[in-house]
Design a protein around this ligand. Structure first.
Ligand SMILES: *Cc1c(COP(=O)(O)O)cnc(C)c1O
Length: 491
């Protein structure tokens, strides 16, 4: 059917038109991936420029796919920050691998809604299997059950609602928290280096930002368990109600690893829920080399690992693991009459364990990735990223002009340009020069790095986690940094 004929009829896109268009889209994506390096990693755009190029009103009449794809190619594709680019070394990489993209396409075709088993039998059971595979691959014990959510932010929020549910006598699910003077202020503990999603979860759960106790860290940015212990005791004495502790394994700034065994001891002594945020570094445990630093995480009540970070999975997919699924169900299950199905105790009705009713079929892409690369293949890629980061750290350590600002337990490195002459001018000047280096390197479009602050000092931050990144991209990044540093100091 031609486009003109299609205007005259109702219904969806014709199957044969879809087939042709799908092949074109497959080519567009394959071309994009093949030619990624033609794009500057970060486009140079004024805010509002893309919006201004788009019509203000939605089209009333049908438009041809030719026109739509042409606009996609000219307006959208070049004007994104290219997370897929091998020179993208900012934040944490979040890469859609080939098999992951294919899984996402297949899931879009099926459009299964994984609310409960009867609505999505194979997707539900595949999710159960893939959750188990991932748990085993990272070396966690079988007691952990779990599910996929969209992001670590939501996984952590979900876990903290369960932690609140587990507090004896509180019954916030039924009674809420407001207007109950007998309830002490809820308290949540995490380190100063914890991700902002922990504090956001506190806002939603009714703990509030004031209820978040940020525990101090040591010189390597790890939570100090003796300060945690003291904070809990002080809160107890003051009549507050400690609720949960979040330990971070792989913090977002420096990828420091909280001493989770000692934190778990503390939680055990005080009967507190332990949530482990391993959104980034959890994937490293697929390689046995990286299990040791995480030891103790198996004592968590709940735990999050993001496949959409280092497991080459297209956004979005976050793995939430938990020991006591019944608490999540107690906290969240609400089955409306129009959703009731016969009991199926053999399988999960996943909507009952979290916030969402309608859920995407995320397990399919993760299943394809695990099968395509294999556990060992993923482990070797992770090891390579960490080895490269180690080499980079050695390069920094070997050069007087550069200073490493944190240990490198995984594949993320924080450092700065600080030759003795510059350092003598004080940290504020060093910060300014390093910000200028970051901007200059990013303006080249060849690579893209981010910055952070560690112990009050500005740090350049490089994170390696893209299977498309090669050593040559990292070498080029060194060169660009040295060039920018030479210019920044004289300029
Ligand atoms: C990235 C990150 C998060 C947030 O992940 P989202 O999936 O974007 O919500 C939380 N915690 C840590 C440690 C992270 O690195």
């Amino acid at each position: 059917m031609t486009h003109a004929q299609n205007r005259e009829r109702l219904g969806d896109m014709d199957a044969s038109e879809f087939r042709v268009a799908a092949h074109r889209v497959a080519d567009l994506v394959a071309d994009y991936l093949e030619e990624l390096e033609r794009h500057p990693v970060r486009p140079s755009l004024r805010p509002g420029a893309v919006r201004a190029a788009l019509p203000e009103t939605a089209p009333a009449a049908p438009e041809s796919l030719d026109e739509i794809l042409r606009d996609y190619a000219s307006l959208i594709e070049p004007n994104i920050t290219h997370w897929q680019h091998p020179g993208f070394l900012a934040y944490f990489s979040s890469v859609a691998s080939g098999p992951g993209i294919l899984g996402e396409w297949l899931a879009a075709g099926l459009n299964a809604n994984v609310m409960f088993w009867q609505n999505a039998p194979a997707p539900t059971e595949l999710e159960e299997r893939v959750v188990g595979w991932l748990r085993d691959l990272v070396g966690l014990p079988e007691v952990f059950d779990g599910m996929f959510t969209d992001t670590a932010s939501v996984s952590t929020l979900t876990a903290l609602v369960a932690a609140r549910q587990a507090l004896p006598g509180l019954d916030a699910r039924r009674r809420g928290l407001a207007g109950r003077p007998e309830v002490g202020a809820l308290r949540l503990y995490c380190s100063e280096e914890a991700h902002s999603s922990v504090e956001k979860a506190a806002i939603v759960v009714g703990i509030g930002r004031d209820g978040v106790s940020k525990i101090g860290v040591d010189t390597e940015f790890r939570m100090r368990p003796e300060l945690l212990e003291a904070a809990i005791e002080r809160d107890r004495r003051d009549g507050a109600l400690p609720c949960a502790v979040v330990a971070t394994l792989g913090t977002t700034s420096s990828t420091s690893v909280d001493p989770v065994d000692a934190v778990a001891d503390c939680c055990e002594r005080h009967g507190l829920w332990l949530h482990v945020d391993a959104a980034y570094a959890g994937t490293a445990a697929i390689s046995p080399r990286f299990r040791e630093p995480l030891r103790g995480w198996e004592r968590a009540d709940s735990l999050v690992i993001n496949p959409h970070k280092w497991l080459f999975t297209p956004l979005d997919a976050s793995l939430l693991l938990f020991r006591q699924p019944e608490i999540f169900r107690e906290a969240f299950s609400l089955v409306a009459d129009y959703m009731r199905t016969p009991e199926t105790p053999e399988v999960h009705n996943f909507n009952e364990y979290g916030i969402q009713l309608g859920r995407r079929f995320r397990a399919l892409k993760v299943w394809m990735i695990l099968r395509y690369f294999g556990g060992a293949g993923i482990g070797r890629r992770v090891e390579q990223h960490c080895d490269w980061a180690r080499e980079w750290a050695d390069w920094v350590d070997a050069h007087d002009a550069w200073e490493r600002l944190a240990p490198v337990p995984f594949a993320t490195l924080c450092f700065r340009y600080a030759p003795p002459t510059l350092r003598a001018r004080g940290d504020a000047v060093v910060d300014r020069v390093n910000q200028a280096i970051l901007d200059a390197v990013n303006d080249t479009g060849e690579v893209y790095l981010s910055g952070t602050r560690l112990a009050g000092r500005f740090a350049l931050r490089v994170s390696i986690g893209n299977p498309r990144t090669e050593w040559r991209h990292l070498e080029r990044c060194f060169e660009l940094l040295e060039e920018a540093a030479a210019r920044a100091e004289t300029g």
